[in-house]
Design a protein. Structure first.
Length: 489
C-alpha cells in the first residue's frame, strides 16, 4: 500500500503555464486515485472513451509550480486546477449567429476561452465569406498550447494508447525525411484555410487520407510541439469547415472546401478522434462520432466499374478505429456488414479481393491495385478480425498478404503498386520508385514480413527521399506516407 501511495506516474519539467491533455492510465490506478505530487493544483476526469487491456482515458489539468508538475497514485484530494463554464446565445431578433462559449478558469488566474460561431446563412466575417453549415472557432492565444505537454510524455504512454507502435530502427531514416517534408507544407491562408492544404491544379485537399493523423503521429514520434499544434488546427478545420450536416461526412477534395460531394471512400475520422482524446476536446470527439454514424448510414452500393475497393475498405477501417475507443452498436453492425461485403469479393485463384474497378477495365485479367489492397483493404480487415475473429476471413487475409509479399520481394527495381492477374500468373506489373503509394501498400504487411522486405536494397531504395520536397502534391503525398503506423517502428 505504501508503495502504491508513493508511486509517481509521470513528471514533466520546463512547464511554465497550465496544461490540459488526455492520457491513458490503468483502470486500477485511476480507481486508487490520482494525486498531485508536485505543482500548485490539479483536476482530472474520465473521458467518454474506452481503452483496452485494463486502461482508461483520463483528462489531466494541472497548474505547475517552479516549472514542473508530477502526477502519482494516492487518495489525497487534489486542489482543483480549473473550472469550466459553458453558455450559448440563441439566434433571435438581435442575434443572427448562434455562438457557444466555453471558458476555462484556472487556479492561477489564467482564463482560456473558445467561441464557436455557427453560420446558418451565408455570412461575411473578418473579410471572409462563410457558407451555411460552416463554423468559425475563436480561441484565446494560450488555449491551443495547453495540450502540447503531451509530446513530452514517455513514448510508452503513446504506445499503450495505440497511437504509436513500439519504437525501433526499422524506418528511422524515413522518419527524418518526413520531418523535413512536414516543415515544407504550407497551410492555406485566412480563417477558412487554416489547417488545410492545397495540391496541384488548385485542389483543396480537405485533409485527404487524414492529414490530421499523419501530423499527429509524426508529432508524437518526434516529440514536436509545433507539429502537434498543426494537427490540432487540422482537426478544428475539419469541425469548422469540412463537415456536411446532411450526410454527416466531410466534403471531399475539390476547388473549394464545400463543393465536392461527400463520399464514404473519402472520409477519415481517426486523426480527429485521436486529437479529441489528446486535447480532451468534446467537440472533436462529437464530430468523430458524427462521421462514424454517417459512414454507418451510407454503405457502398455501386456496381460494375463503379464499384471501388476504397468505398468498402476505408469506411470499414475508420469504423473499426472508432470502435476501439467507443462502444456503438449501430457502428458495429455496419462494420460487420462491410467486412462481409469485402470477404465476399475474395478470389482464392487470384489470391486477392476483387472489385468492379479492377474487373471492368480494358485488357486481360484482373487489374490489381496493390497499393489499395495492402494499404486499405488488408489493414481494415485485420482491424475487423481483432474485434470479430473469423477463421475463413483470416485465411483469405493471410493468402492475399503473402501474394503481396511475394510480388514486393522480387529483387527488381521499384515497388509493384499495380499488376494484372489471371489464374496462376501475374503480368504487366507496374513497379514505381519514390511513390508515396508504396508506403501505404506496406501498411498491410505483418511485422516479420515487413522486416524482411525492408532488408532488401530495392525496397528501401524505392522509399528513400519520398515524398520529394518539390512534389506538386506534397500535402497528399506526405499524408500517404506519414499516416502509416509501420513508419514509426
Amino acid at each position: 500500500m505504501l508503495a502504491a501511495i508513493a508511486q509517481t506516474l509521470f513528471s514533466l519539467a520546463s512547464i511554465d503555464a497550465p496544461v490540459r491533455f488526455g492520457v491513458v492510465l490503468p483502470v486500477a490506478t485511476v480507481q486508487a486515485g490520482l494525486a498531485l505530487r508536485h505543482g500548485r493544483a490539479m483536476s482530472w476526469r474520465e473521458l467518454p472513451l474506452r481503452a483496452s487491456n485494463g486502461f482508461v482515458w483520463i483528462e489531466i489539468a494541472a497548474v505547475p509550480a517552479g516549472g514542473r508538475f508530477a502526477v502519482g497514485v494516492g487518495d489525497a484530494p487534489p486542489s482543483p486546477a480549473l473550472v469550466m463554464r459553458q453558455s450559448c446565445s440563441i439566434p433571435g431578433v438581435t442575434v443572427s449567429v448562434p455562438v457557444e462559449t466555453t471558458r476555462w478558469e484556472w487556479a492561477d488566474g489564467s482564463v482560456d476561452e473558445r467561441r464557436v460561431h455557427s453560420f446558418v446563412t451565408e455570412t461575411t466575417q473578418g473579410c471572409e465569406n462563410f457558407g451555411a453549415g460552416e463554423a468559425w472557432t475563436q480561441e484565446s492565444p494560450e488555449l491551443a498550447s495547453r495540450c502540447a505537454a503531451v509530446t513530452r510524455l514517455p513514448r510508452g504512454f503513446h504506445e499503450r494508447a495505440g497511437l504509436l507502435p513500439p519504437i525501433g530502427q526499422l524506418a528511422r531514416e524515413l522518419r527524418r525525411h518526413l520531418a523535413t517534408a512536414a516543415a515544407a507544407l504550407v497551410e492555406l491562408p485566412g480563417l477558412r484555410g487554416a489547417g488545410d492544404y492545397m495540391r496541384s491544379g488548385g485542389v483543396v485537399t480537405n485533409l485527404e487520407f487524414d492529414t490530421t493523423l499523419a501530423l499527429l503521429r509524426l508529432a508524437l514520434a518526434l516529440g514536436d510541439d509545433s507539429l502537434l499544434l498543426r494537427a490540432r488546427r487540422s482537426a478544428l478545420h475539419l469541425c469548422d469547415r469540412d463537415l456536411d450536416m446532411r450526410s454527416g461526412l466531410p466534403f471531399r477534395h475539390g476547388p473549394d472546401h464545400r463543393v465536392a460531394t461527400p463520399e464514404p471512400g473519402h472520409a477519415w475520422l481517426q486523426g480527429l478522434l485521436w486529437m479529441g482524446a489528446i486535447c480532451a476536446d468534446e467537440r472533436m470527439l462529437g464530430a468523430a462520432q458524427q462521421i462514424a454514424r454517417g459512414l454507418a448510414a451510407f454503405p457502398a452500393v455501386a456496381e460494375a466499374a463503379h464499384e471501388r475497393a476504397r468505398d468498402f475498405a476505408w469506411p470499414l477501417h475508420e469504423l473499426e478505429a472508432y470502435l476501439v475507443w467507443r462502444n456503438d452498436t449501430v457502428v458495429a453492425t455496419a462494420a460487420d456488414a462491410m467486412a462481409l461485403a469485402i470477404a465476399a469479393r475474395y478470389r482464392p485463384d487470384l489470391r486477392c479481393f476483387c472489385f468492379g474497378e479492377g474487373a471492368f477495365v480494358d485488357g486481360p485479367g484482373y487489374f490489381e491495385r496493390a497499393w489499395i489492397t495492402g494499404g486499405i483493404v488488408l489493414p481494415a480487415l485485420r482491424a475487423h478480425l481483432q474485434r470479430r475473429p473469423t477463421r475463413e476471413l483470416q485465411r483469405a487475409v493471410d493468402e492475399a498478404t503473402q501474394q503481396l509479399v511475394l510480388r514486393i520481394g522480387q529483387g527488381r527495381g521499384g515497388l509493384p503498386t499495380h499488376w494484372r492477374a489471371v489464374r496462376g500468373s501475374v503480368f504487366a506489373e507496374h513497379r514505381a520508385e519514390h511513390d508515396p503509394k508504396a508506403f501505404l501498400m506496406l501498411e498491410g504487411m505483418p511485422l516479420p514480413d515487413l522486416r524482411k522486405l525492408l532488408s532488401k536494397p530495392h525496397v528501401l531504395r524505392g522509399l528513400m527521399e519520398t515524398p520529394a520536397l518539390d512534389d506538386p502534391d506534397l500535402p497528399t503525398s506526405f499524408t500517404l506516407a506519414a499516416r502509416c503506423s509501420w513508419v514509426y517502428r
